[in-house]
Write a protein that binds this ligand. Structure first.
Ligand SMILES: Cc1ncc(COP(=O)(O)O)c(C=O)c1O
Length: 450
């Protein structure tokens, strides 16, 4: 149930944001109460920065199919889908049944079970680059382990990353990088700039263990890598005997075999996370058999890799059920085609209403930027946003609050994605809400962003 009727035309951005925020606060008293309570226990009431937004985040009560219900009783079409991990929608019956059955046999048994091999086999079917693999508990952990493996295997210290990259909570390279980042020796290059990346690889080859890259930079705002850029990285890594690590934690859902299948790139190591665990905590890293064989515990030179929950039976069985019975090639294709058409429609609407707005992304994943001109990498975004940060943040807040009021759950940084449960009608309704925003708020957005 949407929270408010048609949008007003405002004189200026500040009064538009104020009006939207007042409406949001009035509509969500229970979320506000819960958010306030949590500040006594968690910093800012929060344990996951990604889901925080001002004045307070929505607290969700339940999810079913493509819909979420919040604690104040509003129903939303979900365009966040657990930041791409919820590719099967909410409460998928097949996955839930598999979890229930496994649960009946005991949660964790302190021993190998049949579940991990079954999931590993299914992962390898989709991602043949995973000649051997290991499980862990998150995408962050998978990337840390892949990079640690690359450094141990090559005996080299440094790792090349791309400006704007997000490989996990302590591997974040946007806006100068997180102060919490691992203190590896990082070489920073420019995304989607093959000439620069090739020159950087050549220059630093003697100390480079690996180049790690997302096929689409998700955290930077869903900036898709050019196929030629990604394929060129493979060649440059080969030429200089540097390992290529493909972080497909987010992008593996855009094709049955991930972006690596779509663009024909075989990484030396790759990482997975998110939906591959059926919606439970999950990560995986793996790749070339000669590298991953070093994890064989019977070898005298084995790399030790414990992890209490590496083979936790619920994630193993939920992931297996999701991959084998839910995420068929056809369903993934339909979802990704729907996402391609959504981005096209948004860009057509932005041009028609002459508002500086661009939809980026790949398949079922999209980012919306209030920006003029092409966005190839984080540098393009930074150059446009420089000096306009406050206005852009206000426009994003206004857009976000307007979309919530219209019943579309999307993130504050305006990144969204579809699930296999997302319907064409939901996409139509979202496009209609965006058009209403462009008409009603277009004048203040144009005035604020120039
Ligand atoms: C490309 C990419 N790598 C790694 C991660 C980290 O995964 P997790 O949140 O499971 O640690 C994310 C999470 O959004 C991601 O998008």
């Amino acid at each position: 149930m949407p929270q408010a009727a048609a949008l007003h035309r405002n004189q200026d951005l500040a009064s538009a944001v104020k009006e939207a925020e007042d409406r949001y606060i009035a509509a969500n008293p229970e979320s506000q109460r819960l958010a306030k309570l949590a500040t006594a226990n968690l910093p800012g009431g929060n344990t996951r920065t990604t889901v925080h937004f001002s004045p307070f985040p929505l607290y969700m009560a339940s999810g079913k199919g493509s819909k979420l219900t919040d604690v104040d009783g509003h129903i939303y079409a979900d365009f966040i889908n657990e930041y791409t991990a919820g590719v099967f929608g909410h409460s998928n019956a097949v996955v839930a049944d598999a979890v229930r059955q496994t649960l009946a046999g005991g949660i964790n048994l302190g021993a190998p079970t049949r579940h991990e091999r079954l999931l590993a086999e299914e992962v390898q079917r989709r991602f043949p680059a995973m000649e051997l693999l290991r499980f862990c508990n998150s995408g962050t952990e998978a990337n840390l382990l892949a990079l640690a493996t690359a450094r141990a295997f090559t005996g080299r210290e440094a790792v090349m990353i791309f400006d704007g990259a997000y490989h996990g909570s302590i591997l974040y390279f946007g806006h100068g990088g997180s102060p919490l980042n691992m203190k590896f020796e990082w070489v920073v290059s420019e995304y989607n700039d093959l000439a620069r990346a090739t020159a950087d690889i050549a220059k630093h080859a003697a100390k480079l263990a690996a180049v790690i890259v997302e096929p689409m930079q998700g955290g930077a705002g869903a900036l898709a890598g050019d196929p030629a850029f990604l394929q060129g990285l493979r060649k440059a890594c080969d030429a200089h005997k540097v390992l290529l690590v493909l972080d497909e934690v987010m992008t593996s859902r855009v094709d049955y075999g991930g972006v690596q299948r779509k663009y024909g790139i075989k990484p030396d190591l790759m990482t997975l996370g998110k939906y591959v665990g059926g919606g439970l905590s999950f990560g995986a890293f793996g790749g070339r058999a000669d590298i991953m064989a070093r994890f064989d515990p019977s070898r005298p030179d084995a790399y030790p890799h414990g992890g209490t929950f590496n083979n936790n039976v619920l994630a193993m069985c939920a992931g297996h059920a999701a991959l084998t019975h839910v995420l068929s090639e056809d369903r993934l294709k339909r979802m990704n085609d729907l996402g391609d058409s959504l981005r096209q429609r948004l860009n057509t609407l932005a041009a028609r209403h002459d508002v500086p707005m661009v939809a980026t992304g790949l398949g079922s994943i999209f980012g919306i930027h209030f920006h003029k001109g092409e966005i190839r990498n984080a540098g393009d975004l930074d150059r446009f946003e420089h000096g306009r940060e406050a206005s852009i943040n206000s426009v994003k807040k206004l857009f976000h609050l307007d979309m919530l009021a219209a019943g579309h759950y999307i993130s504050r940084r305006i990144m969204g994605n579809l699930s296999i449960e997302s319907s064409a009608e939901e996409v139509d309704a979202f496009c209609a809400a965006v058009e209403e925003f462009l008409v009603a708020r277009g004048p203040v957005v144009r005035a604020a962003l120039g």
